[in-house]
Design a protein around this ligand. Structure first.
Ligand code: 9MR
Length: 354
């Protein structure tokens, strides 16, 4: 299947939003350039409101970052915590204002996700469900029109083993492809300028899931979906076989659409099986995975290099450090607890400068 031809025939030219690159300078270590200055497209990270009052985070972000993704406060879990009738947009507003004031782009995350909204939408009859679904997208995407560069319109529609699409409260009303199509149509109406993304994880590490994603994208484009960008979260692990990441990015690029490496981190954990490898050996593997991904992204045509986002800056900001299996030693992100570069930051710099 020639995906680029499919795209052309559907007259869906790649869309790339403008990205401001004038973040205020901070104090990078002498041997590490600000990542935002060397990353093709934007260099992004996730953010929560709490970060905005952390001087060390602010310094690091202003030095390296040109795009922000709200980590959870622009999701239904926060916006609909008081119910459908009282959307809480205060925190997303604060993040949007910070991005604007600091010359950073904002990537909206996420409108429709199988994991959220179930409670708020429970018990609605079909007509009320439709009004709430369409109304949520109109309200949230409408409010940030002109403030976001892009949106993850639908997040994580595919089953973990790649065998098909998830059943969820959205698919039960509109069908597995149907809820995705509806969400993109409503987002397009609410914000005609934002680049609209489909976002998914484990595409590089689980080939069956990567293939299922590619098939879904083909179906959506054939159906006329205003899908304009492909987000590969890239929560990688150190033992993904050599070459598999680059091979997937190559496949993904065949649509000709902008690509967002949207949530990169690489935990050093390898699960519960016995593994005697020490941290240095794991970091070498991590560096190899990050290098492969960053080089594959760097090799894309410029119009497809949308942004390269890590899911946090410092190891201590990572969601891995918040779960009950944390041993305090994981180093999944580019900077350590003190904001000093980890091997990951140097691997990114080397790949982007090459
Ligand atoms: O890192 C995020 C964590 O703080 C939130 O509690 C959680 C639920 O909203 O989402 C985490 O981010 C996820 C992202 O939104 C989608 N891909 C997987 C990320 C890690 O779980």
């Amino acid at each position: 299947m020639n995906r680029r031809a499919l795209l052309t025939s559907l007259a869906l030219a790649p869309v790339i939003g403008g990205c401001r690159r004038m973040a205020v300078a901070g104090t990078p270590p002498p041997d590490l350039p600000p990542l935002r200055t060397i990353t093709p497209g934007a260099f992004g990270t996730c953010v929560q409101v709490a970060n905005l009052s952390d001087p060390a985070w602010l310094d690091l972000a202003r030095t390296h970052v040109s795009q922000l993704t709200p980590e959870w406060e622009m999701k239904m879990e926060y916006i609909l915590a008081d119910g459908l009738g009282r959307p809480r947009l205060d925190r997303a507003d604060r993040i949007a204002a910070f991005a604007h004031d600091n010359g950073m782009a904002l990537h909206g995350h996420t409108l429709i996700w199988y994991a959220q909204g179930q409670e708020a939408f429970a018990g609605l009859d079909n007509a009320a469900f439709d009004r709430a679904f369409d109304g949520y997208i109109a309200t949230v995407a409408g409010r940030y029109r002109g403030k976001v560069r892009s949106w993850d319109v639908v997040n994580e529609p595919i089953l973990d083993d790649g065998s098909g699409l998830r059943d969820c409260h959205w698919s039960r009303r509109y069908g597995q492809d149907g809820y995705i199509l509806r969400a993109f149509e409503k987002a397009r109406i609410a914000d005609p300028d934002a680049v609209l993304f489909l976002n998914e994880y484990n595409l590089e590490g689980i080939p069956a899931k990567g293939n299922q994603f590619l098939r879904l994208v083909e179906r959506l484009l054939r159906a006329g979906c205003p899908l304009q960008g492909l987000g590969t979260q890239s929560h990688l692990w150190i033992d993904i076989p050599d070459g598999q990441i680059a091979a997937f990015i190559h496949e993904l690029s065949q649509f000709g659409l902008p690509i967002h490496v949207s949530e990169l981190d690489v935990s050093l954990r390898t699960g519960d099986r016995p593994d005697l490898r020490g941290q240095q050996e794991r970091l070498v593997r991590q560096t190899a995975r990050v290098t492969e991904l960053a080089e594959a992204y760097s090799g894309l045509p410029p119009a497809q290099q949308f942004a390269f986002t890590t899911w946090g800056l410092r190891d201590t900001d990572s969601w891995f450090r918040r779960d009950d299996k944390d041993d305090g030693k994981d180093r999944p992100l580019p900077f350590d607890a003190f904001g000093q570069p980890n091997p990951m930051a140097r691997a990114l710099a080397a790949a982007f400068r090459a």
